[in-house]
Design a protein around this ligand. Sequence first.
Ligand code: UDP
Ligand code: MG
Length: 338
Amino acid sequence: MVPKYSFVVPVYNEEKSLSEAYRRISSVMEQMDGPVELIWVNDGSRDRSLQLLRHLQQQDPRVCYVSLARNFGHQIAVTAGLNFVRGEAVVILDADLQDPPELIPKLVEKWQQGYQVVYAQRTQRHQESWFKRFTAYFFYRLLKQLADVDIPTDTGDFCLLDRQVVEILNRMPERNRYIRGLRSWIGFQQTAVKFKREPRFAGDVKYTFGKSLALAVNGLVSFSKVPLRLSTYVGLLSAIVAMFMVLLVLYWRIFVPHSPLTGFTIILVAIFFLGAVQLVSIGILGEYIGRIYEEVKGRPLYTLAEVSGFGDWGLNSKDQPSAEGHLRGSTEIANELS
Ligand code: UDP
Ligand code: MG
């Protein structure tokens, strides 16, 4: 059986949501116009998620799972899932049911109209904290201003991708993956389907403030060189300020001989100002250099502990992904199956 659709669901400590997620996703699977494979990616969960996935897999032949050897983070988990898909259209959605599976038929409708990328765009965020909504709102607009590609605002990873797009994504070797950015970068016909983001079904948010911040920095640094240029601009600005200060001091020396401002104050201010500018600039440089270092090392994107449910071409867990992050090209797999 060659599936027509592949659903990819990253899972990190989601034992409380898994069975409900499976129930809702599988009822959507029944409405589809072709066979569907459901690929769970266990991102090093420390709760019973993996046991539950094993159980689901034994009960339902459409279910497959990939288990990473530790927690690699959401973006890498999705990447790993994409490396295993066999369907012609691929849907990425969260395990906590914040991305309603019932929207999938709408995404598919657009795909059938000829769009290669159909992303779900939030019109509302329910019951997420005031802080998260505010920072997300601000961040997506900042990113839109700064990024080299047009990354649509208020989109997450919930989307449908044509196999053509998935194969391009799978060939992208970069480590610092910001999937919603890469997805825009690829191009083709893209469109949005609007939806209301629902509250989490159960459990806690797995994206802590630190992880969200890291994702945001990643998005900015991977898709914009503006922060690098920032130090040039601030440098130029402070040079102008410095020249102005020289004139000011001269003026004071000549016309206001006893001004208290000509002394230490102005020197201190200048030292602190320049010190700050330099440290911030070095920090920004560091962000980019750190990423160059990560890329140059060329490690695989993830390591695999367990793979199950992929039928004949089932890999055993001793096969590890190569530095490019894939075991085999997905085209190869599809060819083998057909
Ligand atoms: N997730 C993951 N690895 C992580 C963090 C999260 O695979 O390190 C999964 C998680 O199980 C969920 C999805 O990514 O299916 C989104 O996570 P979460 O709901 O915590 O984030 P938010 O909805 O707030 O963006
Ligand atoms: Mg969530």
